[in-house]
Design a protein around this ligand. Structure first.
Ligand code: COA
Ligand code: AMP
Length: 627
């Protein structure tokens, strides 16, 4: 048996022993005596009697062990043409000071803090500052509109919001303060303070409730880390579900620290002192886990990049950053590579840089299509490792566990289930499917440490959304198959979630925006294949009888409405007015069939269809009007 197979087996056969051993890599103020508490199954809790502080583990511990002068964080910002470095000692001091500043604003253990910051070091400082005093952070991605921010404020009820005056996109400066004001105008819940990091690109006008980051820090007393229970929440991260209401994924403290530290070594083969770069955004789970927490927990150096793969200033930006900072590994989304490949297909930019220390490219966030895989592999000459996970799981479910055993790569596959994850492929009735047969990917409970214990304030929704479809299993929402070698192929979502440029979005929430237009009788939004972004949303609307509106005008209004309500990140630009939508006899819109036709597949007409003529009429529109 290979090293991977042996460790995988052990992780499932002896959960207690396996995870208690892994827990030894973390400094506990009260070490756990048991790993798993199953007394409230299907709600499980990891390390129920352990106590620790994540900020201490990510910072102080390294300083105390003599690594205070090692770089902890390198900020590289082509959009502001700046760079900044923090050693572990410097980052600890900044975090301690910000934690003290939060305490001064009345934030105490268990309080929520919304962080609405672009890719600046202060985002990391704010997150770890919350963790230091046991406050629960909830980071909101900058590309969302006020309404999305408002939904998160209303659900998390933050005592404080921490924001920047501006984020910098290549073509425009995004002023955050007006977005916050617009959001707070609509919410019942009001934070007591808004901390604003003033940036040169656009200074915000501060009102009575606002506090200037720099002034606050200048007068703050550093705060020591406080011990919290392993089962206390570290953060909430909202993600798109099938409805318009985002799901508040909860991350606990102890299981998260143990799992992430373990994954850094076992999955990514990255250790203390290595330079590691995740090119994502702190607003997504990839950013939480692998820009901020995991690299710092193991004492590596993390790069935080405020820029894009292309246009800041060119398609060599990623290779410049890797070379300049000596990164041994890069983790990004396939869409970023497709963007680079489109501009620099021959890889002329790659050969300009010294990539001799660069050893592995990790890819996740969406399916890694074989074409992009081969391009990256050929041009970079390093292993290209696809791996699959979700906001909910917090760390990889399927991967090539590079630190355990470097398994052969099969293009199109995320490789094998990671130790801790009991991955099964099920049919409609919940029976396990044989090799090569596609079905729903489910994970047999309990999920390992680091995965979500529940949704914020809503155990029922957690159970209903994830644990009730197949009893005893967590439903991933992805479909796929295991081949005869045990390799997992993830093929796509089975629900209304789509992935646009690696950003997870809900077509259901876009439909809610379209349906609110007075001219629209009914609508459907589907994700269609896009060569750059993986998927793009496409809307189809049926007009109310007697409505007189020019199609062009309606399109513009609908596109503007989605941008205003969800945000630019939705990249919603394509709407068709149609006579009718294809439905089943029970009235369900046949979105999956529409998606298949739009993607060029030979979709059979479902036997349950109400009126086959509707689908016949729609076929050419689905096939040709891609935009
Ligand atoms: N704040 C404000 N606006 C943002 C934003 C942010 N943080 N991120 C994106 N946007 C805006 C963009 O400016 C763009 O606005 P526009 O319609 O006015 O042009 C819109 O949202 C769509 O952005 P995006 O989908 O990112 O497209 P793009 O054309 O700007 O860039 C890529 C395309 C591929 C370069 C880019 O999407 C990318 O780097 N993707 C990687 C994604 C990733 O790391 N995902 C995390 C999972 S691992
Ligand atoms: P998010 O919660 O934003 O990380 O998005 C999770 C979803 O992205 C998953 O459920 C998948 O649909 C998709 N996804 C992420 N990584 C991969 C991958 N490596 N291969 C295929 N799909 C992926």
């Amino acid at each position: 048996m290979g090293a991977y197979a042996e460790i995988y087996r052990r992780s499932l056969d002896d959960r207690e022993g396996f995870w208690l051993k892994a827990a030894e890599s973390i400094a506990w103020s009260k070490p756990p005596s048991v790993a798993l508490d199953a007394s409230r199954a299907p709600l499980y809790r990891w390390f129920p009697d352990g106590e620790l502080n994540t900020s201490y583990n990510a910072l102080d511990r390294h300083v105390e062990q003599g690594r205070g002068d090692q770089p902890a964080l390198i900020w590289d910002s082509p959009v502001t043409q700046s760079q900044r470095r923090y050693t572990y000692a410097e980052l600890r001091d900044e975090v301690a000071r910000f934690a003290g500043a939060l305490t001064g604003l009345g934030v105490t253990k268990g309080d929520r803090v919304i962080i609405y910051l672009p890719m600046v070091p202060e985002a990391v400082i704010a997150m770890l500052g919350c963790a230091r005093i046991g406050a629960v952070h909830s980071v909101v991605f900058g590309g969302f509109a006020p309404k999305e921010l408002a939904a998160r404020v209303e659900d998390a009820k933050p005592k404080v919001i921490v924001a920047a005056s501006a984020g910098i996109e290549p073509t425009r400066v995004v002023e955050y303060k007006p977005i916050i004001e617009a959001a707070l105008e609509t919410t019942e819940h009001q934070p007591s303070a808004v901390v604003v990091l003033q940036r040169d690109a656009a200074k915000a006008e501060l009102t009575e409730r606002d506090v200037d980051w720099a002034e606050l820090m200048a007068s703050a007393e550093p705060a020591d880390p406080v011990a919290v229970a392993a089962i206390d929440p570290l953060y909430i991260l909202y993600t798109s579900g099938t409805t318009g209401k985002p799901k508040g994924v909860v991350r606990d403290t102890g299981g998260h620290a143990v799992a992430l530290a373990w994954s850094m070594d076992a999955v990514y083969d990255v250790r203390q002192g290595d330079v590691w770069w995740t090119a994502s955004d702190v607003g997504w789970v990839v950013g939480h886990s692998y820009i901020v927490y995991a690299p710092l927990l193991v004492g590596a150096t993390t790069v935080i990049y405020e820029g894009k793969p292309v246009g800041t200033p060119d398609a060599g930006a990623f290779w410049r950053v890797v070379a300049e900072h000596g990164a041994t590994a890069l983790f990004t989304a396939p869409t970023a590579l497709r963007a680079i490949k489109r501009v620099d297909p021959e890889g002329g930019e790659i050969v300009k840089y010294d990539l001799s220390r660069f050893s592995t490219l990790f890819m996740a966030g969406e399916r890694l299509d074989p074409e992009t895989y081969h391009w990256a592999h050929d041009k970079l000459g390093v292993p290209v490792i696809d791996h699959w996970w979700q906001t909910e799981t917090g760390w990889p479910i399927a991967a090539n566990p590079r630190g355990i055993e470097k398994l052969p790569v099969k293009p199109g596959s995320a490789t094998v289930p990671v130790p801790g994850w009991d991955v099964r492929v099920l049919d409609q009735a919940g029976n396990e499917l044989p090799a090569d047969k596609e079905g729903a990917i489910a994970i047999k409970l309990p999920l390992p440490p680091g995965s979500l214990p529940t949704l914020w304030g809503d155990d029922d929704r957690f159970i209903e959304a994830y644990l009730s479809r197949y009893e005893g299993y967590y439903l991933t929402g992805d479909s796929g198959y295991l081949d005869s070698d045990g390799y997992l192929f993830v093929m796509g979502r089975t629900d209304d979630v789509i992935n646009v440029a690696g950003h997870r979005l809900s077509t259901g929430s876009m439909e809610a925006v379209l349906a609110a237009h007075p001219a629209v009788a009914e609508c459907a939004v589907i994700g269609v294949h896009d060569a750059l972004k993986g998927q793009l949303p496409r809307g189809f609307v049926v007009l109310k009888a007697g409505v007189d509106i020019a199609e062009e005008q309606l399109r513009d209004e609908l596109v503007a409405a989605v941008r205003a309500d969800i945000g630019p990140v939705a990249a919603f630009r394509d709407v068709s007015v149609v006579e009718a939508l294809p439905k089943t006899r029970s009235g369900k819109i046949l979105r999956k069939t529409m998606r298949g036709i739009a993607d060029g597949r030979d979709e059979p007409v479902p036997s349950t269809i109400e009126d086959p003529n509707v689908l016949t009429a729609l076929r050419p529109i689905l096939r040709t009007e891609k935009g």
